[in-house]
Write a protein that binds this ligand. Structure first.
Ligand code: UDP
Length: 455
């Protein structure tokens, strides 16, 4: 297998590595693309991140780090558009990529999310290169959990199916994701590889809690429960508020406080982030309005203090394709209580780095919170084990090393397939035609774009 540097296009239509993170449409995928691009470049590769231009001030090409460029592709209006409305602009995204990148020159395309996958299928046809897909979230899984709330167009499922059937590799983020891809899409195990997300173990390290609390003006004597992430209902933050209310009923224990970091703005604004209003009303109704503190969104450079300040990190989503935040807490030596779903049940080791509880079960969560509040030594031991776990398994450099292995094996397969066909004196196997997308998808997308849907 060759070790030559690769030219890689990371397609991430709605999630730019340059975006502020923590709002509804900017979270784990932005963080993933940012770190993966940088780490691949550190390994000597050249990476272009292709993302949609959503601000007129963005130049077509921006340098992100040595060896990494962000290409801002014109596709739809140059302003924020909710990701549920972006599919009609994908044909324009493909044309823009072609205009900016010309004949490509890439060795491989790595698409992130189903719309980038659609783009990837079209571009690989033009550029004759392999396609690797990471979904980050799956429509059928989402449907199982939030049927009414899913506002993505119905074509999503067909596109995902086409990607599962036709990508050179599909990357699952965790064992549960791998099972879902097989159970719901019939993915063939030979083309599935699990490569997790990582955590920034240089920026997120353990440190004195007392000093972090002093810097954040948080009380030194309270038991602080941290919830950090995008504020969307599926993250189950109401479950944490309910558990806190149960915890408060225990007489004689240390006062507890729930700190909620995330939202659409840097201040906790209910107008910008309706979920804050909903959670506040719930906390007030349960008599813990003064025990729940919302901070608004925080930049990634500020996160380390919020993690270090916490006695425990809690994340109890209904489902979770991966979940980077538990790893971030573990990197800072904070024990994690997570729901036993998706990636969380893989990254958090029950009884060793934290505890797993059923989702939407505030009583079970309250029992574990009370246990850690009563036993700081146990909490400390779980936190220490968390640091070991992330450093040995979930660093971004390890993730990039695994990705490179996948890319190289796909390229080796392609090379040997064309050699075989050449030896037989026939044209090499062609990859899929753009028109081979599920019937109605391509035309539906094009027609919607022509009609300006979602503009
Ligand atoms: N995040 C942030 N600031 C905030 C809230 C969240 O930087 O105010 C980051 C958080 O640190 C994590 C990402 O957003 O890196 C959320 O990723 P995760 O995988 O946990 O959830 P997803 O967004 O994929 O649902």
């Amino acid at each position: 297998m060759t070790t030559d540097p690769l030219r890689i296009a990371l397609i991430s239509e709605h999630a730019s590595p340059l975006a502020g993170v923590g709002s509804v449409d900017a979270g784990g995928q932005n963080v993933y693309v940012d770190h993966v691009a940088r780490e691949l470049a550190r390994r000597g590769h050249r990476v272009d991140v292709m993302t949609r231009r959503d601000d007129p001030a963005q130049p077509p090409v921006t340098a992100l780090a040595p060896g990494v460029r962000v290409l801002h592709l014109a596709a739809g209006p140059a302003r924020f558009v909710p990701k549920e409305q972006l599919l009609p602009f994908m044909p324009a995204f493909v044309e823009s990529a072609q205009r900016l990148a010309g004949r490509g020159g890439y060795d491989l395309l790595h698409a992130n999310f189903f719309m980038s996958g659609w783009v990837g299928m079209a571009l690989r046809e033009r550029w004759r290169v392999p396609l690797v897909t990471t979904f980050h979230a799956l429509g059928r899984v989402r449907q199982e959990h939030q049927r009414e709330a899913d506002r993505f167009p119905p074509e999503r499922l067909d596109i995902e199916q086409a990607l599962v059937d036709r990508s050179d590799r599909v990357l699952s983020a965790c064992p549960q994701d791998e099972q879902d891809l097989q159970r719901l899409y019939g993915a063939h195990p030979s083309r599935l590889v699990t490569v997790p997300c990582g955590v920034d173990t240089e920026a997120l390290t353990p440190g004195p809690r007392r000093e972090a609390r002093a810097r954040l003006a948080l009380p030194q004597d309270e038991f602080i429960v941290l919830q950090l992430g995008r504020l969307v209902p599926r993250k189950g933050i109401d479950n944490v508020v309910r558990a806190l209310a149960l915890l408060q009923t225990q007489a004689g224990a240390r006062a507890s406080r729930l700190v909620v970091v995330g939202g659409e703005s840097d201040t906790p604004d209910e107008g910008a982030t309706p979920e804050i209003g909903r959670l506040r009303s719930l906390a007030c109704a349960l008599g813990v309005g003064d025990r729940v503190q919302f901070t608004g969104r925080r930049s990634r450079s500020a996160l380390v203090d919020w993690y270090r300040a916490a006695d425990v990190f809690v994340t109890t989503p209904w489902y979770e394709p991966f979940g980077i935040t538990p790893l971030e807490a573990m990197a800072c030596a904070v024990p994690v209580i997570g729901s036993a779903v998706g990636g969380v049940q893989w990254t958090v080791v029950e009884g060793r780095t934290g505890f797993l509880v059923p989702p939407q079960d505030p009583a079970a969560l309250a029992i574990r919170l009370a246990q850690l509040r009563a036993d700081p030594q146990l909490a400390e031991a779980l936190g220490r084990a968390g640091v070991d776990r992330v450093r040995s398994r979930f660093t971004w450099s390890q993730v990039a090393w695994e990705l490179e292995g996948v890319y190289r094996s796909v390229l080796a397969e392609r090379a040997s397939a064309s050699k075989t066909w050449r030896e037989r004196g026939r044209a090499p196997l062609r990859s899929i035609q753009p028109t081979a997308l599920p019937s109605g998808t391509a035309t539906g997308v094009a027609a919607a774009a022509a009609a300006g849907v979602g503009a």
